[in-house]
Design a protein around this ligand. Sequence first.
Ligand code: C5P
Length: 212
Amino acid sequence: MSVKPIFFALDGKHLDNFSRELEILKGNIYGVKVGLEMFTSEGPSSVEKLKKDGWNVFLDLKLHDIPNTVQAATISAGDIGADYLTIHIASGKEALLAAKESKSENLKLLGVSTALTSKAYSPEISQKVYEEFLLAKESKIDGVICPPSELVKTKELFELIVTPGIRLKNEDSHDQKNITTPEKAIRDGASYLVMGRSVRQNINYVVEKLKL
Ligand code: C5P
């Protein structure tokens, strides 16, 4: 069975509430994403437990702070075993470079644009994302979190691209406004997809039928 390039978003307070899904998904998808909700409620133990169970862990903290703080938090994320960490590109070049310089080797840094996928596409947003991604590139960040609409352009800048805003055909978009299907995101250049609600609601389809 092939491992699909998906990070399952553990959007909830407690890791235990995802044990059924994690059991089904193990060996079928690439990794899991621990976000602000779980990390602020369970702390580093959530990441440590997932690592012990053999998962690739993406710690989505979207750091946005002064260089010294971003650097220190990046070191801590590596220490607890995270494999991927998000930093707001708006933290600035100095912060991004400081994080890159002192991070542990196992940790990959993903730059986040201020235009999240809960904002709809517009030419202004597209331009803003591009400018931020150029800064991320100059700052030697490993990859970016890229909205579906910007994938093709971003592929020219980065090899490592992680894309949220994924919905299966005919599915409710909820709060996401910049969305695409898993198949199209991969065709357009995403290395990995972040999928939360559509995995939870269609877990058998994702494991057995989705071809990526
Ligand atoms: O349930 P759904 O698939 O919409 O969840 C998307 C996940 O991706 C959430 O955890 C959300 O925080 C995250 N995310 C996003 N847009 C970004 C960055 C992260 O939706 N630009």
